[in-house]
Design a protein around this ligand. Structure first.
Ligand code: F6R
Ligand code: MG
Ligand code: MG
Length: 366
Protein backbone atom coordinates (compact mmCIF):
# COMPACT_ATOMS: atom_id res chain seq x y z
CA UNK A 1 0.00 0.00 0.00
CA UNK A 2 1.24 3.49 -0.86
CA UNK A 3 0.97 5.82 2.11
CA UNK A 4 2.07 9.32 3.05
CA UNK A 5 3.66 10.01 6.37
CA UNK A 6 3.33 13.67 7.36
CA UNK A 7 4.45 15.55 10.43
CA UNK A 8 3.36 19.13 10.94
CA UNK A 9 4.45 21.03 14.04
CA UNK A 10 4.19 24.48 15.54
CA UNK A 11 4.80 26.46 18.69
CA UNK A 12 1.39 27.89 19.49
CA UNK A 13 1.91 28.74 23.14
CA UNK A 14 3.42 27.34 26.29
CA UNK A 15 3.41 27.44 30.07
CA UNK A 16 5.82 29.57 32.08
CA UNK A 17 7.77 30.97 29.11
CA UNK A 18 8.87 28.82 26.19
CA UNK A 19 8.75 25.59 28.19
CA UNK A 20 5.93 23.19 27.33
CA UNK A 21 2.37 23.36 25.96
CA UNK A 22 -0.49 22.99 28.44
CA UNK A 23 -2.52 19.80 28.68
CA UNK A 24 -5.60 21.74 27.58
CA UNK A 25 -3.80 22.87 24.41
CA UNK A 26 -2.64 19.32 23.65
CA UNK A 27 -6.18 18.03 24.24
CA UNK A 28 -7.68 20.66 21.97
CA UNK A 29 -5.31 19.84 19.07
CA UNK A 30 -5.88 16.10 19.63
CA UNK A 31 -9.66 16.44 19.61
CA UNK A 32 -9.59 18.74 16.62
CA UNK A 33 -7.52 16.31 14.54
CA UNK A 34 -9.65 13.37 15.69
CA UNK A 35 -12.80 15.15 14.59
CA UNK A 36 -11.59 16.91 11.43
CA UNK A 37 -9.18 14.25 10.18
CA UNK A 38 -11.88 11.54 10.23
CA UNK A 39 -12.33 11.47 6.46
CA UNK A 40 -8.75 12.13 5.38
CA UNK A 41 -6.36 10.56 7.87
CA UNK A 42 -5.73 6.87 8.36
CA UNK A 43 -4.10 7.42 11.74
CA UNK A 44 -2.40 10.11 13.80
CA UNK A 45 -0.42 10.81 17.00
CA UNK A 46 0.00 14.09 18.89
CA UNK A 47 3.18 14.76 20.85
CA UNK A 48 5.24 17.69 22.03
CA UNK A 49 8.90 18.54 22.42
CA UNK A 50 9.68 21.65 24.46
CA UNK A 51 7.12 24.26 23.43
CA UNK A 52 6.35 22.65 20.05
CA UNK A 53 3.33 20.47 19.38
CA UNK A 54 3.46 17.96 16.52
CA UNK A 55 0.77 16.21 14.49
CA UNK A 56 2.18 12.98 13.07
CA UNK A 57 -0.26 11.40 10.62
CA UNK A 58 -0.70 8.84 7.85
CA UNK A 59 -2.94 9.23 4.79
CA UNK A 60 -3.11 8.52 1.05
CA UNK A 61 -3.11 12.06 -0.29
CA UNK A 62 0.58 12.50 -1.08
CA UNK A 63 2.95 15.22 0.15
CA UNK A 64 1.98 18.92 0.26
CA UNK A 65 -1.71 18.06 0.16
CA UNK A 66 -3.87 21.11 0.68
CA UNK A 67 -6.55 19.32 2.68
CA UNK A 68 -4.04 17.79 5.13
CA UNK A 69 -2.14 21.04 5.53
CA UNK A 70 -5.34 23.03 6.05
CA UNK A 71 -6.55 20.57 8.68
CA UNK A 72 -3.24 20.95 10.57
CA UNK A 73 -3.33 24.74 10.22
CA UNK A 74 -6.88 24.82 11.58
CA UNK A 75 -5.85 22.51 14.45
CA UNK A 76 -3.07 24.96 15.34
CA UNK A 77 -5.57 27.85 15.16
CA UNK A 78 -7.91 25.95 17.49
CA UNK A 79 -5.00 25.26 19.87
CA UNK A 80 -4.04 28.92 19.75
CA UNK A 81 -7.54 29.90 20.90
CA UNK A 82 -7.09 27.70 23.98
CA UNK A 83 -3.59 29.13 24.51
CA UNK A 84 -5.01 32.66 24.42
CA UNK A 85 -7.79 31.76 26.81
CA UNK A 86 -5.33 30.25 29.26
CA UNK A 87 -2.92 33.17 28.85
CA UNK A 88 -0.14 30.89 27.62
CA UNK A 89 3.08 32.56 26.63
CA UNK A 90 3.67 33.10 22.89
CA UNK A 91 0.12 32.03 21.94
CA UNK A 92 0.04 31.42 18.17
CA UNK A 93 3.75 32.25 17.93
CA UNK A 94 4.50 30.19 14.80
CA UNK A 95 1.34 31.09 12.86
CA UNK A 96 2.92 33.87 10.87
CA UNK A 97 0.25 34.43 8.23
CA UNK A 98 -3.32 35.56 8.69
CA UNK A 99 -5.01 33.07 6.45
CA UNK A 100 -4.23 29.68 4.95
CA UNK A 101 -3.01 29.77 1.37
CA UNK A 102 -2.82 26.20 0.13
CA UNK A 103 0.33 24.90 1.80
CA UNK A 104 1.44 25.24 5.41
CA UNK A 105 5.08 25.52 4.28
CA UNK A 106 6.25 29.11 4.48
CA UNK A 107 3.50 30.03 6.94
CA UNK A 108 5.46 29.30 10.13
CA UNK A 109 4.81 25.67 11.11
CA UNK A 110 7.43 23.05 10.19
CA UNK A 111 6.61 20.14 7.87
CA UNK A 112 8.35 16.88 6.95
CA UNK A 113 6.61 14.40 4.66
CA UNK A 114 7.32 11.24 2.69
CA UNK A 115 5.17 9.19 0.32
CA UNK A 116 6.20 5.57 -0.13
CA UNK A 117 5.09 2.05 -0.85
CA UNK A 118 4.91 0.39 2.57
CA UNK A 119 7.33 -2.46 3.09
CA UNK A 120 5.90 -5.58 4.78
CA UNK A 121 7.69 -4.39 7.92
CA UNK A 122 7.83 -0.62 7.98
CA UNK A 123 9.69 0.89 10.92
CA UNK A 124 10.57 4.59 11.12
CA UNK A 125 11.71 7.18 13.65
CA UNK A 126 10.09 10.57 14.13
CA UNK A 127 12.56 13.13 15.50
CA UNK A 128 11.50 16.46 16.99
CA UNK A 129 13.89 19.13 18.25
CA UNK A 130 13.38 22.34 20.21
CA UNK A 131 15.55 25.47 20.65
CA UNK A 132 17.54 24.86 17.46
CA UNK A 133 17.29 24.96 13.67
CA UNK A 134 17.14 22.35 10.87
CA UNK A 135 20.92 22.23 10.40
CA UNK A 136 21.05 20.42 13.75
CA UNK A 137 20.33 17.15 11.90
CA UNK A 138 23.19 17.65 9.40
CA UNK A 139 25.89 15.95 11.43
CA UNK A 140 23.93 13.02 12.89
CA UNK A 141 22.33 12.15 9.53
CA UNK A 142 25.62 12.52 7.67
CA UNK A 143 27.30 10.13 10.11
CA UNK A 144 24.31 7.76 10.27
CA UNK A 145 24.06 7.42 6.48
CA UNK A 146 27.65 7.96 5.26
CA UNK A 147 30.15 6.90 7.87
CA UNK A 148 30.91 3.23 8.56
CA UNK A 149 32.32 4.34 11.92
CA UNK A 150 28.68 4.92 12.94
CA UNK A 151 26.72 2.92 10.39
CA UNK A 152 28.12 -0.61 10.31
CA UNK A 153 25.53 -1.54 7.68
CA UNK A 154 27.52 0.38 5.07
CA UNK A 155 30.14 -2.38 5.37
CA UNK A 156 28.00 -5.31 6.46
CA UNK A 157 24.78 -5.09 4.46
CA UNK A 158 24.81 -5.59 0.65
CA UNK A 159 21.55 -3.62 0.53
CA UNK A 160 23.37 -0.52 1.67
CA UNK A 161 26.71 -0.77 -0.11
CA UNK A 162 25.65 1.56 -2.96
CA UNK A 163 25.26 4.37 -0.43
CA UNK A 164 22.73 7.19 -0.33
CA UNK A 165 21.74 10.30 -2.27
CA UNK A 166 21.48 13.53 -0.29
CA UNK A 167 19.26 16.41 -1.33
CA UNK A 168 20.69 19.51 0.35
CA UNK A 169 18.90 22.85 0.37
CA UNK A 170 20.38 26.34 0.51
CA UNK A 171 18.00 27.86 3.08
CA UNK A 172 19.38 31.32 2.54
CA UNK A 173 17.81 31.44 -0.91
CA UNK A 174 14.16 32.31 -0.34
CA UNK A 175 12.72 32.87 -3.85
CA UNK A 176 12.36 29.13 -4.47
CA UNK A 177 13.74 25.85 -3.12
CA UNK A 178 17.41 25.80 -4.20
CA UNK A 179 18.54 22.20 -4.02
CA UNK A 180 21.62 20.15 -4.90
CA UNK A 181 21.72 16.33 -5.13
CA UNK A 182 24.94 14.63 -4.10
CA UNK A 183 25.82 10.95 -3.80
CA UNK A 184 27.56 9.26 -0.91
CA UNK A 185 30.16 7.84 -0.86
CA UNK A 186 31.38 9.23 -4.26
CA UNK A 187 30.85 12.88 -3.36
CA UNK A 188 31.40 12.62 0.36
CA UNK A 189 33.77 15.57 0.59
CA UNK A 190 31.34 17.79 -1.33
CA UNK A 191 28.54 16.76 1.02
CA UNK A 192 30.73 17.50 4.04
CA UNK A 193 31.82 20.85 2.60
CA UNK A 194 28.18 21.96 2.45
CA UNK A 195 26.88 20.37 5.66
CA UNK A 196 29.71 22.04 7.60
CA UNK A 197 27.76 25.31 7.21
CA UNK A 198 24.62 24.12 8.98
CA UNK A 199 22.94 27.54 9.11
CA UNK A 200 22.89 27.70 5.32
CA UNK A 201 23.01 24.19 3.86
CA UNK A 202 20.55 21.73 5.31
CA UNK A 203 19.75 18.10 4.51
CA UNK A 204 16.25 18.11 3.02
CA UNK A 205 15.92 14.41 2.20
CA UNK A 206 17.94 11.22 1.75
CA UNK A 207 17.38 8.35 -0.73
CA UNK A 208 18.72 4.80 -1.01
CA UNK A 209 20.87 4.47 -4.14
CA UNK A 210 20.18 0.75 -4.46
CA UNK A 211 16.35 1.08 -4.54
CA UNK A 212 15.74 4.81 -5.09
CA UNK A 213 13.44 4.74 -2.06
CA UNK A 214 13.27 7.73 0.24
CA UNK A 215 14.88 7.22 3.64
CA UNK A 216 14.52 10.60 5.32
CA UNK A 217 12.70 13.93 5.20
CA UNK A 218 13.62 17.01 7.27
CA UNK A 219 11.65 20.21 7.81
CA UNK A 220 13.81 23.01 6.46
CA UNK A 221 11.89 26.19 7.35
CA UNK A 222 13.92 29.15 8.59
CA UNK A 223 11.44 31.29 10.50
CA UNK A 224 13.52 34.43 10.29
CA UNK A 225 13.42 34.12 6.51
CA UNK A 226 9.62 34.17 6.60
CA UNK A 227 9.01 36.76 9.28
CA UNK A 228 12.12 38.88 8.69
CA UNK A 229 12.50 39.17 12.44
CA UNK A 230 12.87 37.00 15.52
CA UNK A 231 9.91 34.69 16.02
CA UNK A 232 11.57 31.79 17.83
CA UNK A 233 13.96 29.18 16.48
CA UNK A 234 12.78 26.78 13.78
CA UNK A 235 12.71 23.68 15.97
CA UNK A 236 12.93 21.10 13.18
CA UNK A 237 11.19 17.74 12.80
CA UNK A 238 12.44 14.79 10.74
CA UNK A 239 11.19 11.40 9.60
CA UNK A 240 13.66 8.56 9.03
CA UNK A 241 12.75 5.11 7.69
CA UNK A 242 15.01 2.46 9.18
CA UNK A 243 16.21 -1.16 8.73
CA UNK A 244 16.58 -3.25 5.59
CA UNK A 245 17.91 -1.03 2.80
CA UNK A 246 18.22 1.85 5.31
CA UNK A 247 20.41 2.17 8.42
CA UNK A 248 19.20 0.26 11.48
CA UNK A 249 17.42 2.29 14.17
CA UNK A 250 20.51 2.09 16.39
CA UNK A 251 22.77 3.26 13.57
CA UNK A 252 20.64 6.34 13.05
CA UNK A 253 20.66 6.98 16.82
CA UNK A 254 24.39 6.39 17.34
CA UNK A 255 25.62 9.88 16.26
CA UNK A 256 23.25 11.56 18.74
CA UNK A 257 25.65 10.33 21.41
CA UNK A 258 28.02 13.15 20.39
CA UNK A 259 25.78 15.91 21.71
CA UNK A 260 27.29 18.18 19.07
CA UNK A 261 27.03 21.94 19.41
CA UNK A 262 24.11 23.42 17.49
CA UNK A 263 22.68 26.91 17.02
CA UNK A 264 19.77 27.89 19.25
CA UNK A 265 19.59 27.72 23.07
CA UNK A 266 18.68 31.00 24.82
CA UNK A 267 16.94 33.51 22.52
CA UNK A 268 17.92 31.40 19.52
CA UNK A 269 21.26 33.17 19.66
CA UNK A 270 23.76 30.76 21.18
CA UNK A 271 25.54 27.51 20.55
CA UNK A 272 24.67 24.61 22.81
CA UNK A 273 24.97 20.83 22.80
CA UNK A 274 22.12 18.82 21.27
CA UNK A 275 20.66 16.72 24.10
CA UNK A 276 18.74 13.51 23.26
CA UNK A 277 15.74 13.53 25.64
CA UNK A 278 12.73 11.41 26.46
CA UNK A 279 9.37 12.01 24.76
CA UNK A 280 7.51 15.15 25.76
CA UNK A 281 10.72 16.70 27.09
CA UNK A 282 10.53 20.14 28.65
CA UNK A 283 13.03 22.99 28.50
CA UNK A 284 15.02 24.44 31.38
CA UNK A 285 18.66 25.52 31.67
CA UNK A 286 19.25 28.77 29.74
CA UNK A 287 16.06 28.08 27.76
CA UNK A 288 17.65 24.84 26.67
CA UNK A 289 19.81 23.02 26.17
CA UNK A 290 18.65 22.34 22.59
CA UNK A 291 16.76 19.05 22.82
CA UNK A 292 15.89 16.26 20.42
CA UNK A 293 13.36 13.49 21.03
CA UNK A 294 12.79 10.35 18.98
CA UNK A 295 9.69 8.19 18.68
CA UNK A 296 10.07 4.93 16.77
CA UNK A 297 6.98 3.38 15.16
CA UNK A 298 5.92 0.60 12.87
CA UNK A 299 3.19 1.31 10.36
CA UNK A 300 0.96 -1.21 8.63
CA UNK A 301 -1.61 -0.12 6.03
CA UNK A 302 -1.20 3.35 7.51
CA UNK A 303 -2.04 2.23 11.05
CA UNK A 304 0.57 3.32 13.57
CA UNK A 305 1.73 1.30 16.54
CA UNK A 306 2.29 3.01 19.86
CA UNK A 307 5.63 4.88 19.93
CA UNK A 308 8.83 3.39 21.33
CA UNK A 309 10.81 6.15 23.03
CA UNK A 310 14.28 5.76 21.55
CA UNK A 311 16.11 7.96 24.06
CA UNK A 312 14.44 6.44 27.13
CA UNK A 313 17.19 4.03 28.09
CA UNK A 314 19.94 4.04 30.77
CA UNK A 315 22.56 4.60 28.05
CA UNK A 316 21.05 7.98 27.22
CA UNK A 317 21.01 8.98 30.92
CA UNK A 318 24.78 8.67 30.77
CA UNK A 319 24.84 10.70 27.52
CA UNK A 320 22.60 13.37 29.04
CA UNK A 321 25.02 13.75 31.96
CA UNK A 322 27.90 14.24 29.53
CA UNK A 323 25.91 16.65 27.39
CA UNK A 324 25.02 18.61 30.54
CA UNK A 325 28.73 18.97 31.29
CA UNK A 326 29.27 20.25 27.77
CA UNK A 327 26.36 22.70 28.19
CA UNK A 328 27.84 24.04 31.45
CA UNK A 329 31.27 24.34 29.86
CA UNK A 330 30.13 26.52 26.98
CA UNK A 331 27.72 28.52 29.14
CA UNK A 332 30.51 29.46 31.53
CA UNK A 333 31.94 31.72 28.83
CA UNK A 334 28.68 33.66 28.53
CA UNK A 335 28.60 35.92 25.48
CA UNK A 336 32.23 35.37 24.55
CA UNK A 337 33.40 33.93 21.22
CA UNK A 338 31.60 30.86 19.87
CA UNK A 339 29.27 30.65 22.90
CA UNK A 340 27.07 33.25 21.19
CA UNK A 341 26.16 33.02 17.52
CA UNK A 342 27.74 35.30 14.94
CA UNK A 343 26.04 38.60 14.18
CA UNK A 344 24.18 37.26 11.11
CA UNK A 345 22.48 34.54 13.14
CA UNK A 346 21.49 36.51 16.23
CA UNK A 347 17.74 36.30 16.53
CA UNK A 348 17.15 39.65 18.19
CA UNK A 349 17.25 42.99 16.36
CA UNK A 350 18.18 44.95 19.51
CA UNK A 351 21.87 44.40 19.09
CA UNK A 352 21.78 45.88 15.57
CA UNK A 353 20.45 49.16 16.97
CA UNK A 354 22.98 49.08 19.76
CA UNK A 355 25.89 48.59 17.37
CA UNK A 356 24.60 51.31 15.04
CA UNK A 357 24.51 53.72 17.97
CA UNK A 358 28.03 52.74 19.03
CA UNK A 359 29.32 53.00 15.47
CA UNK A 360 28.59 56.73 15.54
CA UNK A 361 30.68 57.11 18.70
CA UNK A 362 33.81 55.58 17.18
CA UNK A 363 36.54 58.13 16.40
CA UNK A 364 39.35 57.68 13.87
CA UNK A 365 42.64 58.49 15.61
CA UNK A 366 46.22 58.49 14.34
C1 F6R B 1 12.03 30.65 22.42
C2 F6R B 1 13.35 30.73 23.02
C3 F6R B 1 13.58 31.53 24.25
C4 F6R B 1 13.19 32.98 24.13
C5 F6R B 1 13.49 33.74 25.43
C6 F6R B 1 13.00 35.16 25.38
O1 F6R B 1 11.85 29.54 21.63
O2 F6R B 1 14.25 30.15 22.54
O3 F6R B 1 14.95 31.43 24.59
O4 F6R B 1 13.87 33.56 23.06
O5 F6R B 1 12.83 33.11 26.50
O6 F6R B 1 11.67 35.16 25.02
P1 F6R B 1 10.83 36.48 24.74
O7 F6R B 1 11.63 37.34 23.78
O8 F6R B 1 9.57 35.91 24.16
O9 F6R B 1 10.65 37.10 26.10
MG1 MG C 1 8.13 29.49 21.90
MG1 MG D 1 10.11 25.74 20.18
Amino acid sequence: MKITLSVLKADIGSIGGHITPSQALVNEVTNFVKENGKDTLIDFRISYTGDDIAILCTHEKGVSDEQIHKMAWDAFIAGTEVAKKQGLYGAGQDLLKDSFSGNIKGMGPAVAEMEFEERPNEPFVFFAADKTDPGAYNLPFYLGFCDPMYCAGLILSPKMSDGFTFRIIDVEYTEKDKIIELNAPDELYDIAALLRDSERYVIESIYSRSTGNQAAAVSTTRLHNIAGKYTGKDDPVALVRVQGEFPATGEVLAPFEIGHLVAGFMRGSHNGPFMPCKQNATISFFDGPPVVTGAAYCVNNGILTEPADVFDHPFWDYVRTQVSEKASAIRRQGFSGPAMLPYSELEYGGIVEKLEKLEKKFKLVD
